[in-house]
Design a protein around this ligand. Structure first.
Ligand code: GLU
Length: 294
């Protein structure tokens, strides 16, 4: 028997379902984004919980404030509302710094001076194994630098990123798992991701670090996001353990595909919410196109 709405809401409030949509403002929202936002919004609203909006704009080279403003306007036009203030990641570098300090104090970080080209060459030299969309894992070139060389290069002002010593971190954390609504209980295996970057050369944080810290600070209890980020969750679960953060549940939804079976991307200018609105589509029509008929 379905619970009456008010009872469902009460149960949701007690379980404090908190979801979020966390886009990067690098362009206008398309139908794929709308699908993802609706998955989170519906999950929160059905449970009488909270739905948060977060702007993931630490990549200052690619993100634009005007896209952040457009994201809020597009979501509101689509009929979505969110609870509380929008969290803008670029205003919170101090939070990420504190987390880096804790990991550094545990001896789990090292500076990496490699350029993209050097990493590519090293991977090719070592005979690249098959790898996913993220590219091959970092081959660990700077992990074993002698302390004197490391110090000299830092002193010389070479650009560096901070990487997590993954093997050491995983050994420190021990066996971990997380609960995924589709995949069930997932054993955490971050090894294939390699020594991920936690602070970039050009910005003192990275996606993996900022997303993990923010989900914890904002009390997100159910992370809803695309299946393409499933593998990243292994890294986030490890960071939660190292930083004593609460562990949310996860729902990695299948990506919405276009008529040709491709995922939506920036190239689909005709299928941005803005273009659809200008073409005369109504919010219910666009919600239906995004997989959520009313
Ligand atoms: N900012 C990420 C993106 O736009 C999503 C982060 C997440 O949902 O975990 O792809």
């Amino acid at each position: 028997m379905a619970l009456p709405l008010s009872l469902a809401k009460l149960a949701g409030a007690m379980n404090a379902v908190v979801t979020r949509f966390a886009p990067s403002p690098t362009g206008r929202l398309h139908l794929g984004h709308a699908h993802s936002a609706l998955v989170g919004w519906r999950a929160a609203r059905a449970a009488g919980g909270r739905f948060l909006l977060r702007i993931e704009d630490i990549d200052r080279g690619r993100c634009r404030p005007e896209f952040a403003a457009a994201i809020a306007a597009d979501l509101a036009w689509l009929g979505l509302d969110w609870d509380g203030a929008v969290r803008v990641q670029s205003e919170h570098f101090a939070d990420y710094r504190r987390a880096l300090d804790r990991l550094e104090a545990q001896g789990l970080l090292y500076p990496c001076f490699c350029t993209r080209a050097a990493i590519k060459a090293e991977v090719a030299r070592a005979g690249a194994a098959p790898h996913g969309a993220e590219g091959p894992p970092y081959p660990g070139t700077c992990r074993g630098l002698a302390p004197a060389e490391r110090a000299a290069r830092l002193r010389a002002g070479e650009a560096w990123a901070l990487r997590l010593d993954l093997a050491k971190a995983a050994a420190r954390a021990g066996a971990l798992w997380w609960q995924d609504e589709s995949a069930g209980r997932v054993a955490c295996d971050p090894a294939p991701q390699g020594d991920v970057v936690l602070a970039r050369k050009d910005t003192p944080a990275s996606y993996h670090l900022a997303v993990t810290i923010d989900d914890a600070l904002q009390g997100v209890s159910l992370v809803t996001r695309g299946q393409d980020l499933f593998d990243a969750t292994h890294v986030h679960r490890l960071l939660q353990a190292l930083l004593d953060l609460p562990v949310p549940r996860y729902r990695h939804h299948p990506l919405l595909l276009d008529a040709a079976g491709r995922r939506y991307a920036k190239r689909d200018r005709a299928l941005t919410l803005e273009a659809l609105r200008q073409a005369g589509r109504t919010p219910p029509e666009v919600r239906a196109m995004a997989g959520f008929p009313d």
